[in-house]
Design a binder for this molecule. Sequence first.
Ligand code: AMP
Ligand code: GLY
Length: 424
Amino acid sequence: MYTILILGSGGREHAFIHSLHKSPLCQKIFVAPGNGGTDDFAENVVLDIKNFESVAQFVLGNKVDIVVVGPEAPLVEGIVDYFRSEKLKHIKVVGPDAFAAQLEGSKAFAKKFMQKYNIPTAGYLEVSSGNIEEGYHFLDKLSPPYVLKADGLAAGKGVLILNELSEAKEELSLMLSGKFGDASSKVVIEEFLDGIEFSVFALTDGRNYALLPQAKDYKRIGEGDTGLNTGGMGAVSPVPFVTDELLDDVIKSIIDPTIQGIGLEKMSYKGFVFFGLILVKGKPYVIEYNCRMGDPETEVVLPRLDEDLLSLFLSLFDNSLETHICQEIPGYATTVMLVSGGYPGDYEKGKKISLSDHSEGTIFHAGTKKSEGLLKTEGGRVLAVTSLAPTMDQALKASIGTAEKIHFDGKYFRRDIGVDLKEK
Ligand code: AMP
Ligand code: GLY
């Protein structure tokens, strides 16, 4: 029996808890810091997850066997490396080490890796202040729109897509002079790929992998995918246009060479690889790698996973993981994110949430907090309502039905999650 500590506080982490607590091998789950809903099947712990020493003290003091790292920041900052010390090395930490986490933490590192292993991705140039002229020339040769990416983590804001050449050149210069701080001291300029995005997820031990259900998320705040980018307003799984043939192509041209590359580079990687893909004229390309699960993708992927998540985690550490496509629960999962009024701009926190009489689906908490016995909003993305049904339509209707019955001041959600995929 295993004691687990999950690091993070969003819907993704709540979905991890729901899957893990069902495992016959699960003894106890802690979550740090968790949120207003994660205490249903886990114990919330007050810990600064960027302070690895305090995480380690908690782990040792509470006989934690497995640490599951939700967000990317602790991975990029080396939590896996920290747990290599003599007194901690018996702890299983799900995630890549800092070197491998550069696949997400440095766009230039990821592009070089893809180029080296012949993984299809947009053409690019890496630019720093030393070769800005070369950057301008590269932009001259591209056609609009122009894609500029800060090399490092920039809280999801480091990618600019610009229509005018002059604007692209100006932004390149601003980025290199610190528009996103250190994160944009290097910039990757990319060819624009015109297509439809989707995501696949693998759990790897650095050699073999388990392929999880695919998903598509909806990033814009407005219906019809309009308006500002958000952390994600909803997601669906599976993705109807991802046929067996396309999945086969993705496996052969992207997933296999990525996992082989991870092995050949001798990366220490025992965790999730999130492949952000785009389908252009029938061919899949990598837009980005993430070294963790997605949010809200996890809220549709894990409810459809018909395998024991804890056993999969354990298999990463004893060489027993075999490469396979995971068993999936048939039908569709849809998650609809309820957000605070004003998000992704300024919004108010502390609004009382009433969840009374929700009838269908699972409510994963994201930005919520319990205070004085009341549930209150605590973030931009507040709750994710996931439903499973034989059709995507039914799943979406069920999620919307529940979303309508939840109340808090300023509540907003999109009603069109997955609707564009229905006819495809
Ligand atoms: P990234 O952080 O690299 O995933 O980029 C954020 C978003 O920008 C992606 O989800 C895409 O919607 C868009 N994007 C990034 N790179 C490209 C590209 N080369 N062509 C078209 N769209 C892109
Ligand atoms: N939903 C996108 C992400 O988690 O990065």
